[in-house]
Every structure is written in C-alpha cells, then in structure tokens.
Design a protein around this ligand. Structure first.
Ligand SMILES: [Zn+2]
Length: 315
C-alpha cells in the first residue's frame, strides 16, 4: 500500500469543521489524540496548516496557526469549499464603487466549479442587467445596468481553457461600448440618454417653428410627435424623443413602428447627417465590416445613396 499522503500540506488554508461535526467526533473518537472540549470553540475557524504528522504512519494529524490543539484530518475542510456553501452566495446588485468582478474556477476532484464571484456574475447577467448585444465573435456581451446607466462587458479572459474559462464582468465607458459593440445600435435601445431625448424634442420644436421641414414632413411630424429624418415616395422615417422609429405612410396618412433593420440603419445614418446635434447616432463601422460590394464602398450608386449599405459604404 502506498504511504498515505496528507490532504492539506503545510501552508494550506483549511476551515475547522462545524460545531455539529466536532461534537460528533468528540463523542465517537475513542483512540489517540482525542479532541479536547475547548477545541469545540474553534469550530468553523479558518487557519493555515503549520505542521503535519502521521500517527503510526496512518492517521494524519495537523497543527494550525493560532488555533491550539491537534486536529484530525476528518475535522478539517478545504477552505475552497467555502465557495460552494450556499450561505456564501453573494447575490448583490452592482455597487457604484465596483468596476470589475473576476470569477474563478476551483478544482473539485476531477472537475472545476465556479466560485462565489463566478456565481454572482451569472446571477447578474441572467436577469439583473439588461443585455444589449454581443461583439462580432459572439463571445463578449454588452449589458447595461438600468439602475445607474453604466455599461458592463462580460468577457472570458481565459477563453483558451476547456469550457471557456471563468467569467469577468467589467464596466466600460459609453464611448468604449459604442466603439466595441457597434452592432448594438441605439435603435436596439442601447444608447439612449435623457440628453438625446431633449435634443430630439428641441429639434422637433425648432423645425416646426422655423419652417425647416418640408410641408409633408411637418404634417408627419405633427401627426407622430416625431422628428423627420428621411423621406421618399413611400413615406417618411421619423424618430420620437424616446428613440422609437416610425414610418409615416403618405398614402394612408398613418404611422407604424419601423422594424426592418435596413430602414433602422438608414434612419441612424440620415439622422446623424441631417442633424449635427445627433451626430453621435451615426452607425459605427465594426472592425470586421467589409466594404459594400454594390457600391465598392463609396456609399453611392450613380450619384444616389446605395440601397445595399444605405450609404455607409460597409456592411
Ligand atoms: Zn453600398
């Protein structure tokens, strides 16, 4: 038989078993090194192993830093088990002072399990934060915390690990969010602020007052309470102060929410061009975008806006 090896080498952090376990051991262990009653007071304490001994080459006995007495192996638990105790679950909303949560995987036998932070990240990203979208690889995910409007990014810093590795949740600025997640258009509810709402309201009021809209546009604006952005023979695209986009149909003189991604993109392109105060709404070119083949990346086809890329030059 191979010699028994200690479970907790010197330097390992262990947790003394709970009171019930120690009581039980005190009552039932009748051999060498019995538990002293005062050792019960150290139930649940965390300490470092400072020495290891083998009683007649068999039972392992431990000495712990700042915890008196000799401890049998079965009265100790690995400290990492703490991560899995349900009472150690840390389900808190993100606090204003927090900027980064880094999860960890802890080996449990031949498997690994997420620690408390990992579980908190899962809890936060599976219901507490609003998901806005993924990056082009599909691995990284952008969230917004509606409590304070901060953006959070879920990443996997050790993606090379089997299973993707532990998660990391870190905050990022609006600028970085727009830059890194260009596909999360503001049309998806991603980046709309109180400031934008006020700007749209102001532009509607100014346009109507100053006669800056075409006659038909002004009618559509008044009918929908929205800012005219782009018109063609079929109708007029307009943006409401709450960021919703409508198509006002000339023929029926009626507005309906626009949902076609191509037209939503067109609205973003046009509103940014037409109203400098809303330039921030222009779609950003993603790192992996390719030049539009229809217009060779110019955005124009025989002098008019390319219908394929709606004038951006990339798709
Ligand atoms: Zn094009």
């Amino acid at each position: 038989m191979p010699p028994y090896k200690e479970l907790y080498p010197v330097g390992t952090k262990v947790r003394v078993a709970g009171r019930a376990k120690l009581d039980d051991f005190l009552r039932t262990w009748k051999f060498h090194h019995p538990l002293a009653p005062e050792q019960l007071l150290d139930a649940d304490r965390v300490a470092e192993v400072v020495n290891v001994g083998f009683y007649h080459g068999g039972d392992v006995l431990y000495g712990l830093r700042d915890v008196p007495g000799t401890w049998h192996e079965e009265c100790l638990l690995p400290e990492w088990l703490d991560h899995f105790r349900t009472e150690a679950a840390d389900f808190r909303r993100l606090e204003p002072s927090e900027t980064e949560l880094v999860g960890q995987w802890v080996p449990v036998g031949k498997r690994v399990m997420g620690d408390v932070t990992e579980k908190r990240i899962e809890w936060l990203t599976q219901g507490q934060l609003r998901k806005l979208g993924c990056d082009s690889s599909g691995w990284e995910v952008l969230f917004v915390d509606e409590a304070d409007g901060r953006y959070w990014e879920l990443t996997y810093p050790h993606r090379e690990m089997h299973g993707g590795g532990p998660k990391c949740l870190s905050t990022l600025s609006r600028e970085d969010a727009v830059h890194r997640y260009p596909r999360v258009a503001w049309t998806a509810g991603g980046y709309w602020t109180d400031e934008l709402r006020k700007t749209v309201q102001l532009l509607i009021a100014q346009g109507l007052r100053d006669g800056a809209f075409e006659k038909a546009e002004a009618e559509a604006s008044m009918a929908t309470g929205a800012l005219p952005v782009y018109c063609d023979m079929g109708g007029c695209l307009l943006i409401r102060p709450d960021s919703s986009i409508f198509l006002f149909d000339w023929e029926h003189q009626a507005a309906a929410p626009e949902r076609d991604p191509k037209w939503l993109r067109m609205a973003a392109v046009r509103v940014a061009r037409r109203y400098p105060a809303l330039a921030v709404l222009a779609p950003q070119r993603p790192a992996d975008a390719r030049a539009c083949s229809a217009c060779s990346g110019t955005g124009l086809l025989m002098g008019v806006t390319c219908g394929e890329c709606v004038g951006t030059g990339w798709v």
